[in-house]
Design a protein around this ligand. Sequence first.
Ligand SMILES: NC(=O)c1ccc[n+]([C@@H]2O[C@H](COP(=O)([O-])OP(=O)(O)OC[C@H]3O[C@@H](n4cnc5c(N)ncnc54)[C@H](OP(=O)(O)O)[C@@H]3O)[C@@H](O)[C@H]2O)c1
Length: 274
Amino acid sequence: MNSKTFVVTGASGAIGAEVCKVLLQDGHSVIMACRNLEKGERILDSIVDNKDQADLIMLMELDMSSFDSVRNFAEKLKQGNLYIDGLVNNAGTLQRHFSLTKDALETTIQVNYISVFLLNKLLMPLLNENAAIVNVVSIAKNASKLNKSFFETNDKDFSQTGNYLLSKTALTIHTASMAEHTKGKYRVNAVDPGIVDSNIITMNRWFDPLANLVFRPFTKTPKSGAKPVLNAIFSTQSGQLFVGKKHKAISDKYKQHSLTEWLWNETEEIVKFA
Ligand SMILES: NC(=O)c1ccc[n+]([C@@H]2O[C@H](COP(=O)([O-])OP(=O)(O)OC[C@H]3O[C@@H](n4cnc5c(N)ncnc54)[C@H](OP(=O)(O)O)[C@@H]3O)[C@@H](O)[C@H]2O)c1
């Protein structure tokens, strides 16, 4: 088998851990990128089956709410002369309340979108030819809600699901742009895992216990949520959206979004000064 090297962000989460487990079982090397190393260590222990697998997996710190952390992570990979066949941008957050990161950006938007843009940019020189970049998104009904105040959310405008969906809309637009820019060189795809039984679907509201009883039993298992991610990693195509067992080209509402160029340039400016 042709063994490859993958970076998985949010590897301590439900879907991320499952993706790492399958990659490892298939004999690939995996870098688990986690913000909480203690939790990451526990998850690593739970997915490693034997000494051979233990030799293939490595845990590294990466906090997507900090540009410094993203830069340190990329710098360490560079110093280690590590080349990558796949980057799985799986880390994600659904913040209950408005908060600013130490980079003075709204947390959900920085973690789910801006830091992914930065990480993709910094790791580009470390990608092997034909490498896969997989961005885990969540498809919103109304992508047109993205507007030019996207980066300026304040306490008053903040909405828990609103900001989450906007951040994932931006990430889907970014996936389509990257696929276009890197045509023939890398495979860049988006994945919507569906509603999966994990921490992120806890809304941190009064109705959580009821939702856990009524709604959670009907969600997908992390194993099932990881499948489209794995399909995207090994797909020969680019610019696709993977959902369930299927995939199709990312729709024109993202590919030809009126703010595509604006979004790219603005994000570039933000990360330039990071
Ligand atoms: N579950 C769903 O229904 C669903 C639906 C659509 C899309 N998604 C997307 O799927 C991806 C994986 O989510 P999941 O369902 O597996 O949820 P999860 O179990 O809560 O995993 C989320 C992962 O992201 C990590 N994370 C959160 N904030 C971070 C930060 N600042 N820096 C680095 N890592 C951070 C978490 O770290 P900790 O372990 O330290 O908390 C965890 O590893 C996310 O991008 C999510 O938006 C999920």
